[in-house]
Design a protein around this ligand. Structure first.
Ligand SMILES: [Zn+2]
Length: 370
């Protein structure tokens, strides 16, 4: 029996990953080991890893050398003591969210707001996340450890490549749920054609959203997104004018019930503010993108119009299970994604950003078994 496995590890910030043989982990109490078949590579992951310690010095990376890799999917190949609901052979997505189980939020059953919350194989949100980061490496290895609480059971019609996209999809799912998306609601998504935004188009049918308005730049890409749900989706290129003017025109001056910002870092603040100005009385805005810095908001209008603005980061394994159920019933169709699968040996090429992307349709995957 093998006692080692192949993994890609980063030894120092800014250096390429190295392929190495490291010890095969043994699952402890409440943990499983997963044979990893797909790991998502988000756009510009290399850039993020290289810049993280500069941008967010207070938020830790795992102790180096470390195995990175968010959003793994695979098959359970060993089960530790005290795991009740999972068996060897189960196909799973591993939610990278890790919590301590002992802080006040965890004890209140609100584990996603754990004070030591960490993205296994990526970074933590506070200094105390380091312990969890070091206990649970990421998915860029043949096998990985995962706590049973992080698992999502995959239905037969959900392949590993699509499941490995659950991180970005789940972020959108959670935002739509928190905002009360459903029949009768008009939703605006800034950045609809991107890796994060396209989730709203894919989820529109499952949520029963009546109207989904989306903005982006590339008109041919936006036209492709409309095809996902042509009876619900309308799009607008920011090159053709401000978001709020377009929304007013489309809604007879009323505005949208839900505004979700899914723009990436470097997006102009004015686009976010125009989204806020597109909100109907009583509407909810959810920020799930990566727009950075301070921006002025008309708080008197927020009060007057009873507007809500919230931030939302990631999603729970329970929410992931609901998404998997929606895939099983056909309400959440991921066949629109265009998978590009690379072997682990190509990790440094894949991680430094792949030039040929078809917007949010492209799904870049590492298969650690190849
Ligand atoms: Zn906690």
């Amino acid at each position: 029996m093998n006692t080692t496995m192949r993994a890609a590890r980063m030894h120092a910030v800014g250096e390429p990953m190295r392929l190495e043989q490291i010890d095969l982990p043994t699952p402890g109490l409440g943990e499983v080991r997963v044979k990893v078949h797909a790991v998502n590579i988000v756009p510009n992951l290399g850039n993020i890893l290289n810049m993280w310690t500069t941008w967010f010095p207070e938020d830790p990376l795992p102790t180096l050398p470390a195995v990175f890799g968010l959003d793994p999917a695979g098959v359970i190949d060993a089960v530790g003591d005290g795991v009740l609901d999972w068996q060897v052979g189960d196909r799973v997505y591993v939610n990278p969210g890790r919590h301590c189980g002992s802080c006040r939020s965890c004890r209140n059953g609100d584990s996603i707001n754990c004070k030591s919350y960490a993205f296994a194989g990526y970074f933590g949100f506070s200094a105390s996340a380091l312990h969890l980061l070091d206990r649970y490496p990421g998915g860029l290895s043949e096998q990985m450890l995962a706590p049973a609480y992080a698992l999502v059971r995959l239905p037969d019609n959900l392949d590993f490549e699509a499941a490995a996209r659950f991180g970005y999809l789940g972020t959108m799912y959670s935002a739509l749920r928190k905002a009360g998306a459903g029949p009768g609601k008009a939703v605006l998504v800034n950045g609809l054609s991107g890796t994060l935004g396209i989730g709203a188009a894919l989820l529109a049918k499952g949520f029963g959203i009546t109207k989904l308005y989306g903005t982006g730049r590339d008109k041919s890409l936006l036209d492709q997104v409309v095809k996902i749900a042509p009876d619900r989706i309308e799009t607008h290129s920011l090159d053709d004018g401000p978001v709020d003017e377009w929304i007013r025109e489309r809604t007879n001056g009323h505005g949208v019930d839900i505004y979700i910002d899914a723009l990436g870092p470097g997006a102009p603040h004015e686009t976010f503010r125009a989204g806020m100005r597109s909100m109907a009385r009583g509407a909810v805005a959810v920020d799930i993108g990566a727009v950075m810095g301070d921006l002025p908001i008309d708080i008197h209008r927020m009060m007057n119009q009873q507007l809500t603005l919230m931030g939302s980061a990631w999603f729970t394994a329970g929410e992931g299970q609901t998404m998997a159920d929606m895939v099983a019933t056909g309400d959440f169709d991921l066949s629109w994604l265009e998978h590009k699968v690379y072997p682990l040996t190509d990790i440094n090429t894949a991680i430094s950003g792949i030039a040929e992307r078809n917007g949010g349709f492209s799904n870049f995957i590492i298969d650690p078994q190849s």
